[in-house]
Design a protein around this ligand. Structure first.
Ligand code: TXA
Ligand code: MG
Length: 316
């Protein structure tokens, strides 16, 4: 059952306890309702993807209560400082280099060296972040492929029984997702949204690089800087070949070097995936073999990521 919580001190304390226990809590922001989970927890973030039914591990936006918390996860340059001072709290997300000290789940960033961060303005979101005290990963609280929810009822229709709780907060004022600005290279408009791009340009005193529709890198594999193992990856392996490091799945892979989920749980497998790929890359002598993963539920996102890891690399 999904609890309905009122945005009073008791309701927010309950929401924070559920988040601390790894549960998912939908909450209002000024843009749209977010589907929140502890951004430090691999299993909470894996559950976000499972609840949304996303076929890919797109990187998620990390919500923080203030600039101080933002600095614990991301590196701010002059441009980022200026935009944060002008528009936070508000409907602006900045993609910044991930701070070395950030202890986020690699699923949140899709294992990228950057992180999308925003300080929401909605009083309920701000209170929840203050009570919880840690970064909250939150995509829009809809099933994959549906429109973003701007009222608690929309969230309930789509995610009832799939999440621990919904914090009520009325209708969202902006009703459009946040504007995403990439600051890991030339300042770029990655997603138009609630804050006009012109306001961003006026603030930083220069034009934004605007990708053409279809060029926006949303999936991790499309991002040039995305981490790919150096070792060759072989999929659907029921046993390792000589020298291969074997990442198994399920009971059939009892002798694997690492097992994504001995009990065959896809949420557990997703939570382990990026950690295991990195460890396999460190330890592999000749390559990495990966067990077959069922192509259902989160298995689709796992297989998408594995296919990208196994794809031939562009030269250089
Ligand atoms: O208004 C909003 O932004 C809402 C509310 C809940 O805050 N959140 C939202 O989150 O729309 P989400 O997870 O649905 O949007 C994430 C977007 C994706 O399109 C993703 O490509 C981009 O942010 N993104 C996240 N991290 C990124 C990164 N490191 N590099 C490039 N793009 C990134
Ligand atoms: Mg969305």
């Amino acid at each position: 059952m999904t609890e309905t919580l009122t945005p009073d001190p008791q309701g927010l304390a309950r929401a924070a306890r559920l988040l601390s226990a790894g549960g998912l809590v939908a909450f209002p922001t000024e843009t749209v309702y977010g589907l929140g989970g502890d951004a430090r927890s691999d299993s909470a973030v894996a559950c976000i993807f499972a609840a949304k039914g996303r076929p890919r591990f797109n990187p998620l936006i990390v919500h923080v209560g203030d600039l101080e918390m933002a600095r614990t996860i991301a590196v701010f340059d002059d441009c980022a400082e200026r935009l944060a001072a002008a528009f936070w709290p508000g409907p602006l997300t900045l993609v910044l280099p991930l701070a070395a000290s950030a202890s986020l789940s690699p699923l949140v960033t899709a294992d990228l060296p950057s992180v999308a961060v925003r300080v929401p303005a909605h009083p309920v979101a701000r209170s929840l972040l203050a009570v919880f005290g840690h970064p909250i990963a939150a995509p829009s609280a809809n099933r994959s492929g549906r429109v973003s929810p701007t009222r608690a009822e929309h969230v309930r229709e789509e995610l009832r029984c799939r999440i621990a709780a919904i914090v009520e907060g009325g209708a969202c004022g902006v009703g459009l997702e946040s504007t995403i600005i990439g600051l890991t290279g030339e300042p770029a408009l990655l997603r138009p949204g609630g804050l006009p791009a012109e306001a961003v340009e006026a603030c930083i005193g220069r034009a934004l690089v605007r990708s053409l529709p279809g060029e926006v890198p949303t999936a991790p594999g499309q991002l040039a800087s995305h981490y790919a193992p150096a070792a060759a990856v072989r999929l659907d392996a029921t046993a390792p070949e000589a020298g291969e490091f074997w990442i198994g799945f399920g009971a059939a892979a009892a002798s694997a070097d690492l097992n994504l989920s001995p009990g065959g749980d896809l949420i557990e497998a997703a939570a382990n995936l990026f950690h295991f790929l990195r460890e396999a890359d460190r330890r592999a002598r000749s390559g990495i073999a990966v067990s077959p993963i069922p192509d259902t539920g989160l298995g689709r996102a796992i297989n998408d990521r594995l296919r990208r890891a196994a794809a031939p690399r562009p030269p250089g």
